[in-house]
Write a protein that binds this ligand. Structure first.
Ligand SMILES: Nc1ncnc2c1ncn2[C@@H]1O[C@H](COP(=O)(O)OP(=O)(O)OP(=O)(O)O)[C@@H](O)[C@H]1O
Ligand SMILES: [Mg+2]
Length: 238
C-alpha cells in the first residue's frame, strides 16, 4: 500500500437537507494516532459515521488502504479493517460480556491476532465480568467492552468516538493507557475526545473541526505550544 491508511478529501455529508460537513480533509498515516477535536456539534461524529458508511458521502473522497470506500455498505467498510468504538458504546445489553466479544469476532484484515485471552490481558475486568450481561456493567466496563469488541474484529484502524466521556478519572486513565499500549503495538488509531492533554500524549497529529471543516492541523507540540488554538477553537483555557 502507498499513501495514508485513511484519507478524507473534501468530504461533505448531510442529515436530510441539513448539510453538516462542508469539505473535511483528514489524513491518518499507518501506524500513527490522530486526534479529531472540536466543540459540540461541529461534526466529529458525523465525520466518523460518513467514514463508516453509515451516512452517504455527498461529495469528496474517502480512501481506506488506498481504496475508495464511498458507496460501500457499512459492513463491507468495517470488514476492510476499520473497528469502531461508537459514541455511547452501543454494546448489546442482553448479551454477556463473553457473548458481546465473540459476537463480532472475525479474522479481520489487520494482523492483530486478537483473541479473548488477549482482550482479558488488556482489560482484566472483562475476564472477571465475562458472565455478566452488558446491562450489568459500569460505564467504564462498558467502554472496555466496546473497545474489546472492536479489537476482536482485528482492525487495521481503530476509531474511538468519546471513549472517555462520563467516566471517573481512574477509569479514564485506564482507557488512555490501554490506547497507549495498542499504539505501541503498532495499531493505527483515530480518536475523538475532549481531553487535550491526554490526546497530546497519545497522538502524533491533531485536526480541529469547526462547523464541518478542518480549521487547524498540527502536531502535539504545536497544539501545546499554541494555547490560543485550544482557546479559540475548543473553548478551553479561559
Ligand atoms: N441524526 C441527526 N439528524 C439531524 N442532525 C443531526 C443528527 N446528528 C447530528 N446532527 C447535527 O449535525 C451537527 C454535527 O453533529 P455531530 O454529532 O457530528 O457533532 P459532534 O462534533 O460529534 O458533537 P459532540 O461533541 O456533541 O459529540 C450538529 O449540528 C447536530 O445537531
Ligand atoms: Mg459526537
Amino acid at each position: 500500500m502507498t499513501g495514508p491508511l485513511l484519507q478524507l478529501a473534501g468530504v461533505e455529508a448531510a442529515y436530510g437537507r441539513s448539510q453538516v460537513l462542508f469539505g473535511v480533509d483528514l489524513v491518518v498515516e499507518a501506524g500513527s494516532a490522530v486526534a479529531l477535536l472540536g466543540r459540540n456539534g461541529m461534526g466529529k461524529t458525523t465525520t466518523i459515521r460518513t467514514v463508516m458508511g453509515l451516512l452517504p458521502l455527498q461529495a469528496g473522497i474517502i480512501r481506506f488502504a488506498g481504496q475508495p470506500v464511498a458507496g460501500l455498505p457499512a459492513h463491507r467498510i468495517a470488514r476492510a479493517g476499520i473497528g469502531l468504538v461508537p459514541e455511547g458504546r452501543q454494546i448489546f445489553p442482553n448479551l454477556t460480556v463473553h457473548e458481546n466479544l465473540v459476537a463480532t469476532a472475525r479474522a479481520g484484515a489487520g494482523a492483530g491476532g486478537w483473541t479473548l485471552a488477549r482482550i482479558h490481558q488488556l482489560f482484566p475486568r472483562l475476564a472477571e465480568r465475562a458472565g455478566n450481561l452488558g446491562s450489568e456493567l459500569s460505564g467504564g466496563e462498558q467502554q472496555m467492552l466496546a473497545i474489546g469488541r472492536a479489537l476482536m474484529t482485528n482492525p487495521r484502524l481503530l476509531i474511538l468516538d468519546e471513549a472517555t466521556e462520563g467516566l471517573a478519572p481512574l477509569v479514564r486513565r485506564e482507557i488512555w493507557s490501554s490506547l497507549a499500549r495498542l499504539r505501541a503495538e503498532g495499531l493505527t488509531i483515530l480518536v475523538v475526545d475532549k481531553d487535550v492533554e491526554a490526546l497530546a500524549r497519545l497522538c502524533d497529529r491533531h485536526a480541529i473541526l469547526e462547523r464541518g471543516r478542518v480549521v487547524w492541523t498540527g502536531t502535539s507540540a504545536d497544539l501545546l505550544a499554541t494555547p490560543e488554538v485550544a482557546r479559540r477553537h475548543l473553548g478551553l483555557g479561559g
